[in-house]
Design a protein around this ligand. Structure first.
Ligand code: CMC
Length: 365
């Protein structure tokens, strides 16, 4: 038995892989896809259909997405009643918001593309209501990433911001059997519905050892930058107190997270563009120190925190952005799990005492 199922192959997938430290989506490396400069929608199509879309496939896909970008009646009103600005964690609201969406969307409408289309609206609505602002309607002429940005910030992104945001969302979209995706698959394996799987996955992503790490990275960098602390001394103190440094370490990648290498490039260019070099420089100092002292690598949540900050998002909303992207990956995995018709139900090793005869064995307590 291995701790936390490390190294255990728990099922088969054609969607993504991390073989040999390379991340692939349906067989394409993320470096290949990054060089092809594809849209987020094209990558989602790839994950869902296991092939890149033709131009007409993509146009049709984007058209349906845009037609489905509306929320069910009463949704915003119920969410408005639930929200107490500043009191609830945005990921708790997303968890409830996803569940509510499933309750208000009728069964026929529960198709992956219709669900995915509503995610930016749910997230934008949560962000805006938490800030005391009116929720916005999606703009059909915008891409999925640009709509997510617009619905959350109220601004249409400029071309460079949209490009960086798109690539950042692509790099978060799928990652084989990570904790939230596995959660989604376990729920789907019982033949439960899409929304139950997505709600469970959001709960798993929220945790600081998974997607919630990006918010903690923000808090760490903010503490260092705003108090003009020495990054090395700060991190040394964290380690000496036995605390984990957020945004570092990975269950699968031990020599480098391929996503982080691409994100670092974008983090640097965006920090320069927005005159927030201190955020990038601080992050890089922390990275170098962690490598020199512990040989631990930054993961996807590390430089994405600098990117989202430089784009103007609040730190507490960072994990929502991860969820906006990963939802498309979860939907791919839920559909694949349904097609496999297999209940996921492992065994456990019982380590407590017995108080009765088991199969004729002598009671041991
Ligand atoms: N800071 C300090 N030490 C660390 C860190 C870290 N971030 N990560 C791992 N270590 C140490 C850990 O203390 C352990 O040391 P020792 O062997 O002396 O006890 C060793 O490295 C192995 O760590 P582990 O926790 O047993 O490794 P794991 O594969 O079980 O955990 C991890 C992976 C991601 C949970 C862990 O690295 C971690 O907690 N990192 C911080 C949270 C984080 O950034 N999470 C995001 C994960 S990647 C993207 C995502 O899923 O969202």
């Amino acid at each position: 038995m291995t701790k936390g199922l490390a190294g255990i192959v728990a099922g088969e997938t054609k969607i993504s892989a991390t073989t040999g430290g390379r991340l692939t989506f349906a067989g394409y490396t993320i470096e290949q896809l990054n060089a092809m400069d594809l849209s987020f929608e094209a990558i989602v199509y790839l994950l869902w259909h296991l092939r890149l879309p033709s131009e007409s496939d993509l146009n049709r896909f984007c058209q349906i997405l845009s037609e489905q970008m509306f929320l069910p009646e009463h949704y915003v009103r119920i969410l408005t009643e639930m929200i107490r600005p500043g009191e609830q964690h945005p990921m708790s609201l997303l968890r409830s918001g996803m569940s509510l969406l499933g309750t208000l969307m009728n069964d026929q409408a529960q198709h992956p593309i219709a669900i995915m289309a509503k995610v930016p609206l749910v997230i934008g609505t949560i962000i805006r209501l938490q800030n005391g602002l009116e929720p916005l309607q999606a703009k059909p002429e915008l891409s999925y990433p640009a709509n997510l940005y617009y619905l959350s910030t109220g601004k249409v992104p400029d071309a460079e911001t949209e490009e960086v945001f798109t690539q950042t969302l692509i790099l978060h979209v799928d990652h084989e059997f990570n904790a939230s995706t596995f959660t989604a698959r376990v729920i789907a394996s019982t033949n439960s519905d899409y929304f139950s799987s997505l709600t469970g996955a959001i709960g798993a992503l929220k945790g600081p050892l998974h997607g919630g790490a990006n918010e903690r990275v923000y808090q760490m960098l903010q503490t260092i930058v705003e108090n003009q602390l020495d990054p090395e001394k700060f991190v040394a103190n964290e380690l000496s107190e036995g605390r984990k440094v957020m945004g570092f370490g990975h269950r699968v990648y031990k020599d480098g997270d391929p996503r982080e290498k691409i994100l670092k490039k974008y983090a640097k260019s965006l920090a320069i563009k927005t005159h927030q070099e201190v955020w990038f420089d601080t992050a890089e100092t922390v990275e170098k120190y962690m490598w020199a002292e512990k040989h631990i690598i930054p993961n996807v949540d590390f430089y994405s925190a600098t990117i989202y900050h430089c784009m103007g998002f609040a730190g507490r909303d960072f994990t929502l952005l991860f969820a906006a992207s990963r939802s498309a990956g979860w939907l791919a995995h839920i559909a694949e799990q349904y097609s496999q018709h297999t209940l996921i139900r492992p065994n456990s090793k019982y380590v407590g005492p017995y108080h009765a005869d088991i199969a004729g064995d002598v009671v041991n307590s």
